[in-house]
Design a protein around this ligand. Structure first.
Ligand code: TZP
Ligand code: MG
Length: 218
């Protein structure tokens, strides 16, 4: 039996847009997010990373603006890897990687919120589930330029492999996903695709988001 929370999380994952100021090619992240929402993204994660990433008050200010837009459009707002920020903003959730805060600690301090965990092995996935993860991020599925310390490309096989091992919680694929390959990721039994550059640096953010929605709902 799939419980209601799991069903609700699955519904949020089809087009999971991840972005921070460094991903927008100099464009205003606020505009990029508005266009992505107009195109139909289903979930948003604020991920402020990279050499020229905002810090301190500037980071908080941008996060607040983006959260407000999400709120107005009924899109849950997830914070990447910054528990203090997630708590300060009363975000809908947080996403942590294997090198970030331990998922069980995050779950304890940020209970009842959406908790996403990146996993690369079955052991990491099983631990994340024990810790209370609501969904797993698996990748990089394809080559990506958006993460300096990305692991080896895993292909869609990693999703099939996890499912064959009995991992049933919601999964998003991440890394190098475009409207052209998104369907493959869903066919490998992911519940959605998590995307940075294909949407954030698109010359037509709204249309690209729409294409992702079409590709993931086939
Ligand atoms: N984790 C694994 S790959 C990746 C992250 C954050 C980057 C995804 O970005 P893009 O531009 O969609 O490949
Ligand atoms: Mg991280």
């Amino acid at each position: 039996m799939v419980d209601k929370r799991t069903e609700q999380i699955k519904e949020l994952l089809p087009v999971y847009f991840i972005m921070g100021s460094t991903n927008c090619n100099g464009r205003d992240p606020v505009r990029v997010l508005e266009e992505a929402i107009a195109g139909g993204i289903t979930l948003f994660q604020f991920r402020e990373k990279g050499e020229s990433a905002l810090t301190g008050k500037e980071k908080v200010r941008l996060a607040e603006r983006l959260k407000k837009i999400c709120q107005e459009n009924h899109i849950p707002f997830i914070v990447n890897d910054d528990l203090d920020l997630a708590i300060e903003l009363d975000a809908h959730g947080i996403h942590v990687g294997q090198d970030d805060l331990e998922a069980d600690i995050v779950r304890e301090k940020f209970s009842n919120k959406i908790l996403g965990v990146s996993a690369h092995t079955i052991e990491e996935a099983e631990q994340a589930i024990k810790d209370g993860a609501d969904y797993l991020g698996l990748g990089p599925i394809y080559p990506t330029n958006s993460k300096d310390d990305a692991r080896e490309v895993a292909g869609t096989g990693i999703i099939e492999c996890f499912r064959n091992h009995g991992i049933t919680i919601p999964i998003v694929g991440i890394g190098g996903i475009t409207p052209a390959n998104a369907e493959e990721v869903i066919q490998a039994s992911a519940d959605g695709v998590a995307v940075i550059s294909a949407i954030a640096s698109s010359s037509d953010v709204k249309e690209t988001a729409k294409s992702f929605l079409r590709a993931t709902s086939k």
